[in-house]
Design a binder for this molecule. Structure first.
Ligand SMILES: O=C(O)CCC(=O)C(=O)O
Ligand SMILES: [Fe+2]
Length: 359
């Protein structure tokens, strides 16, 4: 009571200079807060190019995808990950060998070898209930070949290729520290435009090894003679994520072939909208290949977290220390920079090989 009387007295009697200065300070602080918010928005976009792009900001409780995304993104306390599907140990999934013995040609064997893949006779494909067109081929890449592909992942980020740094006039050749600090994506071939969310009519050819990799996997799974003409590399430093999105800008019906390198991630596989059902969480590990084909090309998906999830007392489902992927320099004369090993031991890279234009 006393406070409100003195408050209203003050309102009517305070001198003009206080009001003017007060307004000035308020305007300055509003301006500064706007600037900080804008900076944060730029940073957020840099952390995650899909942030805020797919309605995941709506907070009316209907966004089931967002709730699951938030659950796994959280670190304190760490999430219970006992529901995350591990294809190799799940009893829910069906699987089969990709090739029967008589289907394996010497050409396939030598191509697989050159690309660093395990012997075709060991390729196993898993599929998911209610996800027709989603395939996972675990540990297809030989672990000792991870450094070879990681080297390429950094090489592809060099000019003239476009990365998230290009827009800021920066590149990884002039400043190699950006490889581990600011690099978030590289586009190759027909280069995706994140602003218009479109691909231009054409581009330079993709590197031969990516073409061969995409084509080999697609043919092996009998998904067609894919002619890859684009690749997006996503680089995930520790604590990074990729928000829910769909990849629907490609103009062909070819599958999307994704290869994971480095630290383990949780992959959320959703449906064509964000609200009808929660997404399925799946572990994606170093050397795993995930293929999206047919209707699965058009579903929401996301990476809420990478790396090991700290142990939580009483949470048997949590990733334990031994689940963290560990990499060593390859033996022999393969010259590998320590920064490559360090990156694999702390971060993740994902390649999605795509075909934008129809054959
Ligand atoms: O990192 C991943 O596994 C997914 C990447 C992805 O969804 C994309 O590049 O569109
Ligand atoms: Fe995607």
């Amino acid at each position: 009571m006393l406070l409100s009387i003195s408050g209203s007295l003050w309102k009517h009697t305070k001198p003009n200079w206080i009001t003017e200065n007060w307004n000035f300070c308020r305007n300055i602080s509003a301006f500064m807060m706007k600037e900080v918010a804008r900076e944060m928005e730029i940073k957020e976009k840099e952390i995650d190019q899909y942030a805020g792009s797919s309605g995941e900001d709506s907070d009316d409780g209907s966004n089931l995808f967002k709730a699951v995304f938030k659950k796994y993104k959280k670190r304190k306390p760490p999430p219970d990950v006992s529901d995350v599907i591990d294809v190799k140990s799940s009893s829910l999934l069906q699987s089969k060998l990709v090739f029967s013995t008589d289907e394996i040609t010497s050409e396939t064997t030598s191509l697989a070898e050159r690309l660093g893949l395990i012997a075709p006779s060991e390729w196993r494909v898993y599929w998911f209930p209610d996800r027709i067109g989603l395939y996972l081929l675990p540990s297809l890449l030989r672990k000792e070949k991870s450094t070879m592909w990681m080297k390429r992942a950094f090489k592809y980020a060099e000019p003239p290729n476009i990365t998230n740094l290009t827009l800021h006039g920066k590149d990884v050749l002039t400043d190699p520290t950006l490889l581990t600090k600011g690099l978030r994506w590289t586009t190759l071939g027909v280069e995706y435009d994140w602003n218009s969310k479109e691909y231009p009519p054409n581009g330079r050819p993709v590197p031969e090894e990516l073409y061969q990799l995409g084509n080999l996997i697609s043919r092996s799974l009998k998904l067609g003679d894919m002619k890859p003409d684009a690749t997006i590399l996503n680089y995930y430093p520790p604590k990074s994520a990729l928000s829910p999105h769909v990849d629907k800008s490609e103009r062909s019906a070819a599958p999307l072939i994704s290869m994971s390198l480095g630290q383990t991630a949780i992959y959320l596989s959703g449906t064509i909208d964000l609200s009808s059902e929660p997404p399925i969480p799946i572990w994606l590990r170093n050397g795993d290949f995930l293929i999206m084909h047919g209707d699965q090309r058009l579903v929401y998906h996301a990476i809420p977290c990478i790396g090991s999830i700290p142990k939580r007392r009483g949470n048997r489902g949590s990733m334990m220390d031994e689940d963290q992927e560990h990499f060593e320099p390859p033996r022999g004369n393969d010259d590998v920079d320590q920064s490559i090993i360090d990156y694999l031991n702390s971060s993740r890279v994902n390649f999605t090989i795509r075909q934008v234009n129809p054959n």
